[in-house]
Design a protein around this ligand. Structure first.
Ligand code: HEC
Ligand code: HEC
Ligand code: HEC
Ligand code: HEC
Length: 411
């Protein structure tokens, strides 16, 4: 079933340059510099007969994959109905030229002339968009599905506060502060306790009682707490420790703030813990070849002094981003993709009501760099897997607006 082409068509299509395609908004924005700038951005015109010819081409060459009305029923194949025609055209060119490698699409476009690409793009622009994906009718709906890792981490960490301090700043001599530790280090430490690679009966049994996901949430929670010096006594001579600590700076940082998450930060750490840990490396009860070699020659006094030096340093929070809410994230996307993913920029695709599986797949390809786009690489580089999934579902549920054409006389 195809929808009859409405009489209001007879469009002027412009790949990138001027011309209003939409009654509400002007598409006459200055052409952005893009990979396809140059000849691709010249004006292209499509009239009603052109759109009809586009439909004929689409029925022969595109329909079997993209569906009768440009609405795909196949996982991994995007809807293209009501997509912004200049964007469609540029993507078809990208497949044709190999800039966007994909064998099914290359096969579909390789025998089509540039004129045919224009017409088929125009045709798909005239179709009604897909319906939004339904929101599950469960109680609480989408809100219930949205978990907050920071809150979850805080709740799980309540069991640790007795020894490690409520906000991860230790008040108990011998128990390390956890605020100021990189989450990757904290995760690795918990894993080492769990597997027994790092020996500590108490922490082993505690680690066995928490899932990996809970540990990840707690690691995030601690990383986002304001670190402070542990309020515990330090027996050594910090000034004497400073000189000896020069040997440690390469890995733990000049003032005990480590740059590499594999090396723990020592700044502001409980002095007794620092001394015990150093001693444990020295006598081999805590196994780490690099640490053993470095601290092997230190006597008790030097160990205490170095511990006092690090305990007196100002700790710093690791560089970790507070997770954004879905509203905060999608607000950023909407700056380019239009309100709720209804793009008004001809070079930026509409993503409202697009298939969720496609959105997720394509966001991952930008994330890994296999699909190239400077704008999207920057946007997706900071997204977690969970955020990509959430955004895909969010946009699939938005109502899509059709492209409306301004009538033009036939050429
Ligand atoms: C053999 C199946 C097949 C055929 C035939 C086909 N496509 Fe596709 N199309 C795909 C798949 C699969 C993708 C996703 C490709 C990717 O991962 O880049 C795609 C992607 C696209 C995209 C990119 C959409 C976006 O949002 O990035 C456009 C535009 C497109 N097709 C248009 C067409 C047109 C126009 C035709 C007919 C000339 C056509 N396709 C024929 C399978 C097909
Ligand atoms: C009863 C006190 C106690 C409780 C409760 C406790 N810990 Fe510990 N934790 C310790 C002690 C003592 C050490 C030092 C062990 C060692 O020497 O390896 C430690 C070490 C750690 C370390 C290693 C830190 C580093 O700098 O290497 C992490 C991570 C940790 N605990 C996380 C947790 C988490 C998460 C919880 C809550 C699920 C928790 N701990 C609950 C006492 C406790
Ligand atoms: C070659 C890099 C390197 C150098 C140099 C180094 N360390 Fe380490 N240090 C590490 C690594 C890696 C770990 C984590 C090992 C593990 O997982 O047990 C560590 C762990 C520690 C810990 C345990 C901290 C905690 O939170 O559990 C202390 C204390 C420590 N180092 C002190 C020192 C001192 C003191 C020196 C200098 C005399 C020093 N380190 C020099 C790499 C280094
Ligand atoms: C700075 C502008 C900008 C921002 C911000 C932006 N995008 Fe994009 N997006 C683009 C452009 C331009 C393209 C087309 C790139 C290409 O040709 O591959 C695109 C392509 C996409 C596509 C591919 C659509 C398809 O069907 O192939 C998806 C999905 C997408 N963006 C989602 C998002 C999401 C989700 C966000 C927010 C996390 C976002 N974008 C933020 C500019 C932006």
């Amino acid at each position: 079933m195809t929808r009859p082409i409405p009489h209001r068509i007879a469009a002027t299509l412009v790949a990138g340059l001027s011309i209003a395609l939409h009654p509400m908004v002007s598409w006459a924005q200055p052409a952005k510099p893009s990979a396809g700038a140059g000849p691709d951005l010249r004006p292209i015109f499509a009239t009603a007969p052109d759109v009809l010819e586009g439909k004929r081409l689409a029925d022969v060459s595109c329909m079997r994959c993209h569906g009768a009305n440009g609405i795909s029923t196949t996982a991994g194949v995007p809807h293209i109905a009501a997509q912004r025609p200049p964007y469609i055209y540029l993507q078809l060119r990208a497949y044709l030229q190999g800039a966007r490698p994909q064998s099914a699409m290359t096969g579909a476009v390789k025998f089509l002339s540039d004129d045919a690409l224009v017409k088929v793009s125009a045709y798909y622009g005239t179709l009604e968009p897909a319906r939004p994906a339904p929101v599950p009718a469960t109680k609480g709906g989408a809100a219930a599905a949205k978990r907050d890792p920071l809150q979850a981490g805080k709740a799980a960490a309540a069991a640790c506060g007795g020894c490690h301090g409520d906000n991860g700043v230790s008040k108990t001599p011998g128990s390390p502060s956890l605020a100021g530790l990189d989450p990757k280090y904290l995760l690795a430490a918990m894993k080492a306790y769990k597997t027994g690679q790092r020996k500590h009966d108490l922490m082993k049994s505690l680690a066995a009682g928490v899932s990996d996901a809970e540990v990840a949430d707690m690691a995030l929670f601690y990383a986002l707490q304001k670190p402070a010096r542990a309020g515990t006594p330090a027996a050594g001579d910090a000034a004497a420790g400073k000189a000896a600590a020069a040997a440690c700076a390469g890995c733990h940082g000049n003032t005990g703030v480590a740059a590499d998450p594999a090396n723990p930060s020592l700044a502001g750490q409980d002095a007794q813990y620092l001394a015990t840990a150093t001693q444990a490396y020295k006598d081999g009860t805590r196994k780490d070849e690099a640490m053993k070699a470095i601290v092997g020659a230190l006597d008790d006094r030097a160990i205490r002094n170095i511990a006092a030096f690090y305990a007196a340093q100002q700790p710093q929070a690791p560089k970790v981003r507070k997770p954004l809410s879905l509203a905060e994230l999608s607000e950023r996307c909407d700056r380019c993709h239009g309100i709720n993913g209804n793009s008004i920029d001809p070079l930026v695709p509409a993503i409202a009501a697009q298939r969720a599986d496609w959105l997720e797949q394509v966001l991952n390809t930008y994330h890994t760099g296999s699909r190239k786009s400077t704008a999207m690489a920057a946007m997706t580089s900071v997204l977690s897997e969970a955020e990509i999934k959430e955004l895909a579902v969010h946009y699939a549920r938005q109502t899509a607006r059709a492209v409306t054409f301004v009538p033009l006389p036939t050429k």
